[in-house]
Design a protein around this ligand. Structure first.
Ligand code: MG
Ligand code: MG
Length: 253
């Protein structure tokens, strides 16, 4: 069942969203070549805890860290490690959740470290833009198929492919709630949007084919063809027929 939020609950979600977005800014500002993904996770963990919140991912289904950090052909769910060093030329996906006063925020960014290929730059930009194409299809009475179609058609127009195996989701008192929010769809089909809905919209986009597989660590998802992948996610609320992007702090990021 979809949990539609009232004004008080949306207000609490704004706080959770802000902390989540700020934790990503802290990660961006400290990210540098030579750092391990473990160190980057600690920056995020410390930010969230100092803000009086809890890292949503820590212990979620046994996940051992506060952020998912995935590099290059890793799509999502990378496990931070003291052995994994971030190098110039990498594209780093950072996915963060913060739980504050009963509600979760969930947000992800892809960051280029040093000089990356033109394809990598374009992938990051198209993935980010596809999120906003999805947002522009959100309105009371529209359907989730409109949102997914807007995302996927933009990705395909730009010569990339949308991951279908993993999707966005409702969010609130639980990190993952109803409804499913696919990054593809048929216009006019799917769940009808209404005020009070809170969703994590999160396109995952590959340079090559859409296929992905999970590594034997039980978490890390990589592209099947080892092409580069990017991820961009925000938690949004539909309020008064307007979209509020709760985890977007720096509009350029
Ligand atoms: Mg996420
Ligand atoms: Mg999510």
């Amino acid at each position: 069942m979809i949990q539609v939020k009232n004004a008080l609950q949306i207000a609490a979600m704004r706080d959770a969203g802000r902390i989540t977005g700020e934790a990503l800014l802290a990660a961006r500002d400290s990210l540098r070549e030579g750092m391990t993904t473990y160190e980057l996770d600690k920056v995020i963990h410390n930010y969230i805890v100092r803000a009086g919140a809890k890292p949503s991912f820590l212990g979620y289904n046994g996940f051992p860290a506060s952020a998912c950090i995935s590099i290059n052909d890793e799509v999502i769910h990378g496990i931070p490690s003291k052995k994994r060093v971030i190098r110039a030329g990498d594209i780093v996906k950072i996915d963060v959740g913060a739980y504050y006063r009963g509600f979760h925020g969930d947000s992800a960014r892809t960051i280029a470290v040093g000089e990356v290929s033109d394809t990598a730059k374009r992938l990051i930009e198209v993935t980010r833009e596809s999120f906003f194409k999805g947002v522009s299809a959100i309105a009371v009475g529209n359907r989730l198929g409109d949102v997914g179609h807007a995302i996927d058609s933009y990705v395909v127009e730009n010569g990339f492919s949308t991951v279908k195996r993993y999707i966005g989701h409702g969010i609130g008192t639980a990190l993952h709630e109803s409804p499913d929010v696919p990054n593809y769809g048929t216009p006019g089909r799917g769940t009808r949007l209404c005020n009070g809905m809170t969703l994590a919209i999160e396109p995952m986009v590959n340079v090559g084919a859409e296929g992905v597989r999970e590594l034997s660590d039980g978490w890390t998802v990589v592209t099947a063809d080892h092409s580069l992948s990017a991820h961009y996610e925000n938690t949004i609320a539909l309020v008064g027929d307007k979209v509020e992007i709760l985890t977007l702090i720096d509009p350029q990021f």
